[in-house]
Design a protein around this ligand. Structure first.
Ligand code: PLP
Length: 359
């Protein structure tokens, strides 16, 4: 039986190491609510990433929800149509409206010049995404947010361990959110984090994720977004291996760049970036070529993903009426290739051969 090659395989750390943490939890009988493993993971992540005020939560979607609440965002959120659905559904779920602004065809991130002209008097916040871990134009966005008095929230779900000018991108903006879902570079099975620049807001966020409890009193409307000890245990194990994980991914990434020769375009990673090699997207000539290539790969048990597809402004059930020509074009032609530490060279070369053979 030939192994199925997916776009990603969740990373599973050493079993006995994980089991030891679980044994500890059994003995301590603290399963959640600010347990010691959550505290330890918080501190270790702050050190590793070089940022302060990390709040661990139960997933990356609720992380965005809490960011919007904390910054009291009402009205219009300006965001990218080229992202995972959560970037758009959370503002809608939270009672805001969503307005899209198109992306750059090279970086796949929001085009700041277009964004400038999209800001209206209703705009409360801008919410860019570091798409596939490629940092946005951080300085221009900061300037724009300041100039127009807007909140700046980064959906940084892909940007774990990404640095710009030797500084984590997670330290930019009012808030950055992370996803620690099993398919992400660093994971806790399910989980996420909020990185909050303002110390007072950080304190407020701690209460907000725990039903609004502050020193025993209910001081605000809250929700339940706590990370459990079992999830933190997985995070501690994966964090031990993160440098190894990134090295494996880097060599796969560079092998694709070296060996792929055909009518493909690659994402332009910005200068002065320490990248995390979390995805390997390619753009094909057109959608019909993409569908043929997909079929050829699928026939060989290789399953890349059309990520992101469709462009979010075209999601029928949300009935938006904006056209986003660049995002729609990229969405129709983008394919994310398999990249994960256990992908073998033989498997990767099979992917490369099929792509280079053409259709
Ligand atoms: C994965 C992801 C999310 C959602 O995170 P979950 O932890 O799955 O809730 C949000 N935004 C982007 C860009 C993502 O890739």
């Amino acid at each position: 039986m030939i192994n199925k090659i997916n776009v990603v395989e969740p990373y599973l750390p050493d079993y006995s190491k994980y089991a030891n943490y679980i044994k500890e939890i059994y003995e301590r009988k603290i399963l959640t609510n600010k347990g010691p493993l959550v505290e330890l993971l918080t501190k270790r992540l702050e050190n590793h990433l070089g940022v302060k005020n990390i709040l661990l939560v139960s997933n990356g979607t609720i992380a965005i929800e809490i960011a919007l609440r904390l910054l009291e965002c009402k009205g219009e959120i300006l965001t990218t149509p080229f992202s995972f659905i959560a970037t758009t559904s959370v503002p809608l779920w939270s009672g805001c409206t969503v307005k899209f602004s198109d992306i750059s065809p090279k970086t796949y991130n929001m085009d700041v010049d277009l964004l400038k002209s999209s800001v209206s008097s209703d705009t409360c916040a801008i919410m860019p995404v570091h798409v596939f871990g490629n940092p946005c134009d951080l300085d221009s966005l900061e300037l724009l947010a300041k100039e127009k008095n807007l909140k700046l929230i980064y959906d940084a779900a892909h940007a774990f361990d990404v640095k710009f000018n030797n500084r984590s991108v997670l330290g930019y903006g009012d808030i950055s959110t992370l996803s620690f879902h099993a398919t992400k570079l660093f994971h806790t099975v399910e989980g996420g984090a909020i990185i909050i620049s303002d110390d007072k807001l950080y304190e407020k966020a701690k209460a907000m994720v725990n039903f609004g409890f502050e020193n025993g009193d209910i001081t605000m409307v809250g929700t339940n977004a706590k990370m459990s000890e079992f999830h933190a245990a997985m995070g501690l194990c994966v964090l031990d291996d993160i440098d190894k994980i990134k090295l494996c991914r880097k060599s796969i990434y560079n092998r694709y760049l070296d060996k792929l020769c055909g009518d493909f375009q690659f994402q332009k990673i910005s200068h002065d970036v320490e990248y995390n090699y979390s995805y390997f997207p390619i753009l094909l000539k057109d959608e019909s070529t993409l569908l043929k290539v997909m079929k050829a790969l699928n026939d060989d048990n290789i399953f890349p993903r059309r990520y992101f597809h469709p462009s979010l402004n075209t999601v029928v059930s949300m009935s938006f009426d904006q056209c986003m020509p660049v995002s729609e074009d990229v969405s129709q032609r983008v394919l994310c290739l398999p990249i994960y530490p256990t992908l073998t060279i033989i498997e990767q070369d099979k992917v490369i051969d099929i792509l280079n053979r053409g259709v």
